[in-house]
Write a protein that binds this ligand. Sequence first.
Ligand code: NAD
Length: 503
Amino acid sequence: MKTVQIEKLSHFINGEKVEGKSGRYGDVNNPSLGVKIAEVPLASAEEVGEVVELAKKGFEVWSKISVARRMEVLHKFRALLVENTDKLARLTGKENGKTIDDAKGEISRAIESVDFALGAPHLLKGDHSVNVGGEINSYSMHKPLGVVTCIAPFNFPIMVPVAMSTMAVAVGNAMILKPSEKVPLSALLISELWTEAGLPAGVWNVVNGDKEAVDALLEHKDVKAVSFVGSTPVAEAIYEKGTKHHKRVQAFGGGKNSMIIMPDADIETTVNSFIGAAFGGTSQRCMAISTAIPVGEKTADAFVAALKEKIKELKVGTFDDESADFGALISAESKVNVLGAIEKAIEEGAVVAADGRNPEVAHEDGFYLGATLLDHVTTDMKIYKEEVFGPARIVVRVNTLEEAIDLINEHEFGNGVTIFTDSGSAARTFTENIEVGMVGVNVPIPIPVGYHNFGGWKRSTFGEGQMFGPDTVRFFTKRKTVSERWFDTSYNESKTDFSFPSS
Ligand code: NAD
């Protein structure tokens, strides 16, 4: 791999950049060119402990500031995200490989989650009941938890960190974000925007690192909640360790998302929808469609034939190539993994309908793969069972809708799913019976908007509650219920009562 000017990165702690002290660094690449561009410090457990202490001080300040003033900061943060969209999109493209258009898409979803967090004053309102018994009034409130952490993946360097954390900050917590060590640049720029927006020091911190930093966060007694997004094996491990250390944990993992194509679906619309949802973002999206399940041989033949033609038109390129449909994979290792999955599938009997293993590219060192489509995949094949985070998509042929639903329900993942059909009754059977968290009907990527909850079922999510939406407020706050009576001094019949309080 070629090496160019290497930037030495830092953490962002207590309102400023802080150099790493552990002496350990990770490489940050420009996947489009296949070159190393920066070194990111990997925090030690001791450094994590120091950040938690500073975040606790930040929490003391921030949690006491009125919710109206907190919203002023959020309004400014939102405006800065809009103002800096081009800069953020370029940076994300540079370190992640995704096209600038795709990066702008994730920024707009990030902004949507800030919009929802701006509703915190309303969402924080508690309940109030008058005269629940003996002139007692009862009311409840949502209190912030304290220092909380979000651990993010590489595939959405802006959307996931912002969507995970903004409501947590809005309701009064102090945040320690642990971004993916593969894409720390975007998180560092977001930190600058928070500071410019007026967030007090210590409320927003970015600790760069790997397993060592994550373990230290999970074990620290003063980290109260952990929100994780990443692969399923890591999500499960985080859930187990975090709960063992008595933390509130939500851990969102991987997926293997299907699109059922019914015989009555319009083939052109379906193929256009599939191609964007399956290959967009170089198929490195937890909600990407991995598996096409056409119902009936005729549907399958028509779908695969049309898809093969469309795939020929796809172009891979650098993040700033405006004509590219998608960019490079995140790393050389990821490319090897995807190639391995394709080869294993062929060995197990899958039929190559489109072969993207050697795409035409201008930068040979970039981590590129073109679009690959494997037909006649069966449920016993490895590629059917496992998440492939790259542009290798599969077709599993079935005879009935019920067969398709059964297959999806038996799969270990349950993140996203969709059906393309003209039939209301097929759609209803599907939405009623499918065991998946996010469901589409003629919508290729059914990712909920910021004010609805987000989350998969089965081994795509560990822990209670979902991300985004009202569940975020519940996850990042604790309820306190007060029963209150004020004595009328003219009323003087006080007596001791040993029975259980009743109304
Ligand atoms: P990953 O699991 O490798 O890493 C995620 C985070 O965990 C990173 O910050 C990383 O530093 C940390 N990490 C990695 N290994 C660890 C370990 N052993 N112990 C502690 N921390 C560890 O995931 P990734 O490759 O960055 O992201 C891709 C995965 O994320 C895919 O599986 C994708 O489906 C999933 N994802 C899920 C969602 C969702 O909402 N369900 C959204 C985006 C991505």
